[in-house]
Write a protein that binds this ligand. Structure first.
Ligand code: GTS
Length: 233
């Protein structure tokens, strides 16, 4: 008997659902990956209002125990959370992964650099946002620790320094080509802009890389979707 996970993803034109919030930095990662893979036509977006705490309510927690966005739901009801996991799934649908690596070496390096971009940059900025700024407001931020948040802001600045040094040696975060690791750093810099944490001007390689990244059609596509008028607040 076939299990839910045996669904034949390479031949099915099935629609998929993404639960997200259109201007969120983590959702941006998946939206950029979708555009890179030209998969937008297969996605139905469902908005979960972070500012009203919908992501902490039982209906959503049933889809993602962690209470975070985005979540990808397949037509068989399988829910995949975590941007990296969603990106890996989407990247492998066509049997020709371009974002998460083809060889074992590529997969290992891309995974490492993406994880590092989460640990040292994006997640650190998120903690800063939730703990040392008003975050999503008093109804959602039930526990805050400003000191921890400020330490994470400093960690993110060190992370920027690290990625600047990486990008002085190579054109993309994981080496010679654009990958999921670039998308994760892009998510970090989107979040940095939201909390007004500027990339220091002396990080020339990181700034130049980000200028190049914003020229990619996938990133422009995301910017267009998150313009004022659709603002997250
Ligand atoms: N590790 C998760 C992933 O990679 O998907 C983190 C996801 C995450 O933190 N998402 C944010 C969230 O749900 C969305 S956003 O801040 O980018 O809009 N935050 C709400 C919260 O309460 O943590």
């Amino acid at each position: 008997m076939k299990s839910n996970l045996d669904h034949d993803d390479t031949t099915s034109p099935a629609m998929m659902t993404i639960y997200d919030w259109h201007t969120g930095p983590y959702p941006a990662r998946v939206r950029i990956a979708l555009a890179e893979k030209h998969l937008q036509a297969r996605i139905r977006f469902v908005s979960v209002n972070l500012w009203q705490g919908e992501h902490k309510q039982a209906a959503f927690l049933a889809k993602n125990y962690s209470g975070t966005l985005p979540v990808l739901e397949l037509d068989d009801g399988t829910c995949i959370a975590e941007c990296t996991a969603i990106t890996e799934y989407l990247d492998n649908l066509d049997g020709a992964p371009t974002l998460t690596g083809g060889t074992p070496r590529e997969k290992g390096v891309i995974h490492m650099m993406s994880k590092r971009a989460e640990l040292e940059l994006l997640d650190a900025i998120s903690v800063y946002f939730h703990h040392a700024t008003p975050g999503l407001g008093p109804n959602v931020e039930l526990y805050q620790n400003a000191e921890w948040g400020l330490r994470q802001r400093d960690k993110a600045l060190r992370g920027m320094h690290y990625f600047d040094s990486v990008l002085t040696r190579q054109p993309f975060v994981a080496g010679a080509t654009f990958t999921m690791a670039d998308i994760t750093v892009i998510g970090g810099l989107i979040f940095a802009a939201l909390v007004e944490l500027e990339v220091p001007a002396q990080y020339a390689a990181l700034n130049a890389w980000y200028t190049r990244m914003r020229e990619r059609s996938s990133v422009k596509h995301w910017v267009a979707m998150s313009e004022p008028g659709q603002a997250r607040d």
